[in-house]
Design a binder for this molecule. Structure first.
Ligand code: SF4
Length: 250
């Protein structure tokens, strides 16, 4: 899933393949599509995805080895507990246009690197249960966190319906770009919400900071970790929104 700015909440980014197709308003101005056009590495949209190089696929093994030998203080603030790998910033792991054999290869890398927490963020949660290995269906390994993007209430309600059925130790929601108010309501909650506006101000797509404040206040009593990433246009973050919490695996 494309993240349009530096991903402060992860310590590493891993892209097993490249390419995706826009499916919702949050995909407008997709950073990865802009990157693809600039790099010429893959044609965006309904075109074949491109597998990353073997060199790239070896990176998680290197990070896992580092994690075995380095004390936690060698990592940034975002990884006070364990290294977090955001997978994938230039694709969607649960994209049905990506070959399943590539996902199988990814599952093996994830199995081989329990030293890393793997953050799988998708806009296609309806595919998760069909695409994970059968042995994970009763419960995913605890170092896999599964999340959905929810740019507004409609997408939150729709995607959370699928996410809540995925037996992961951590469920998270990326409310970015925030395009409308969002309430988590009274049903099952995610463990973590990352909130942010678009990095560039675009007319009609500005985040109202009150949405973020209301959500922050709703998260607290429910024990949902809240992480405020950025304001619209990356203007200065008001002191009361300087909240950067991380979830703990359940
Ligand atoms: S799902 Fe993510 S990577 Fe795919 S087009 Fe949308 S924003 Fe870009």
């Amino acid at each position: 899933m494309a993240e349009n700015t530096k991903i402060e909440w992860a310590t590493h980014t891993f892209n097993p393949w490249f390419g995706c197709t826009a499916i919702s308003r949050a995909c407008d101005f997709c950073y990865a599509e802009t990157w693809a056009k600039r790099s010429g590495l893959v044609q965006w949209g309904n075109h074949p995805r491109r597998l990353a190089s073997d060199t790239n696929w070896r990176k998680p093994y290197k990070w896992a080895k580092q994690a075995q030998h380095a004390p936690p203080s060698n990592y940034s603030e975002a990884s006070r507990f364990r290294p977090r790998v955001f997978c994938a910033s230039l694709a969607d792991v649960f994209d049905n246009q990506a070959p399943q054999e590539w996902r199988e290869r990814l599952w093996q890398v994830i199995r081989d690197t329990p030293e890393l927490d793997w953050l799988l963020l998708t806009k296609r949660p309806q595919n998760i249960m069909d695409m994970i290995p059968r042995v994970w269906q009763p419960g995913l390994p605890s170092h896999i966190w599964v999340g959905v993007t929810a740019e507004n209430q409609t997408e939150y309600d729709r995607r959370m319906n699928y996410l809540q059925d995925v037996p992961a130790s951590v469920h998270f929601v990326s409310y970015e770009p925030a395009l409308g108010p969002l309430k988590i309501g009274h049903r099952s909650f995610p463990n973590w919400i990352i909130c942010g506006g678009e990095d560039r101000v675009r007319e009609g797509r500005e985040m109202d900071l009150q949405w973020a404040r209301d959500l922050r206040d709703e998260c607290k009593p429910r024990g949902v970790a809240f992480y405020f990433k950025q304001t619209n246009g990356k203007s200065e973050i008001p002191p009361d929104l300087m909240v950067r919490e991380f979830p703990r695996a359940t």
